[in-house]
Design a protein around this ligand. Structure first.
Ligand SMILES: [Zn+2]
Length: 266
């Protein structure tokens, strides 16, 4: 059900909504594999048909995309529309909640691709925005956003990162683009090569006697969301032959049932 006044819809046709969210999706995609333990999120702020703020989750997961975009927009965020690929946070983590910053900035409408399944958010960010009188739309570009954040959603749901098996990278210790980490067998241990918040690769040993579940638990505890395993590595057999292995192709995971873009106001 659409509760948006018709004149407002006319001032911003659906094609424009898709275009602005497309910009936010591109920003989110650019940070895939670089922002764990947080999800890669993109955000643009649009006023009078012009982008006045752009943001994406920064290395190591902070600041959040909305914070970056609001800082860039400054006073121009007032009465603007904000497009973001994930529900704005509403909890105090290591940074103040983005929902509060959006309300304080005087944003008029928020369009988000997906609700954040993190139990600390899970719809409460949207509720907070609506209670402040901000119009909220959910579902724009949700399939693209789901793919980009598949690893994060998988870890929230299972406690484990999403694993992908594929061709061995050309050079050792090179983490394939879009992944948080590379895991492979070393001489006497399993090594996980992690992309640090500084963007460097850092190798850390894991106990080679670990069972598959112990390994996945440990990777999840570290906050990793997506881990790549070379297909010719003995480890890939250990992970694949175990009964409850969660190996999935990124494009095939977390495709939520396609709810239409819905808007509501209060
Ligand atoms: Zn936030």
């Amino acid at each position: 059900m659409t509760l948006t006044p018709p004149q407002d819809r006319q001032s911003c046709p659906d094609a424009d909504h898709a275009r602005w969210m497309g910009e936010a999706i591109a920003l989110a995609r650019s940070m895939q594999g670089k922002v764990w333990p947080n999800p890669p999120v993109g955000c643009v702020i649009v006023r009078e048909g012009e982008i006045v703020g752009r943001g994406c989750t920064q290395f190591g997961g902070r600041p959040h995309a909305e914070r970056m975009a609001l800082d860039q927009a400054g006073e121009r965020a007032r009465d603007a529309a904000l497009y973001v690929t994930l529900e704005p946070c509403c909890h105090w983590g290591k940074t103040p909640p983005c929902a509060d910053a959006i309300i304080r900035a005087g944003v008029r409408a928020v369009h988000a691709s997906l609700q954040d399944p993190d139990p600390r958010v899970d719809g409460n960010g949207f509720r907070k925005l609506r209670e402040a009188g901000i119009r909220v739309g959910i579902g724009l570009a949700e399939n693209e956003a789901s793919q980009i954040m598949a690893g994060f959603f998988h870890r929230i749901a299972t406690g484990h990162p999403l694993l992908r098996v594929g061709a061995r990278p050309q050079a050792a210790h090179v983490i394939p683009e879009g992944f948080d980490a590379l895991m492979h067998s070393g001489w006497d241990c399993i090594e996980v090569v992690i992309r640090t918040p500084q963007g460097e690769a850092s190798g850390e040993p894991l106990d080679s006697r670990s069972t598959k579940d112990e390994l996945l638990d440990e990777l999840g505890r570290r906050g990793l969301t997506s881990v790549y395993v070379p297909i010719d590595d003995p480890l890939s057999w250990k992970l694949r032959t175990a009964p409850s292995t969660t190996i999935a192709s990124f494009s095939a995971t977390h495709q939520r049932a396609g709810a239409p873009h819905t808007e509501s106001a209060r």
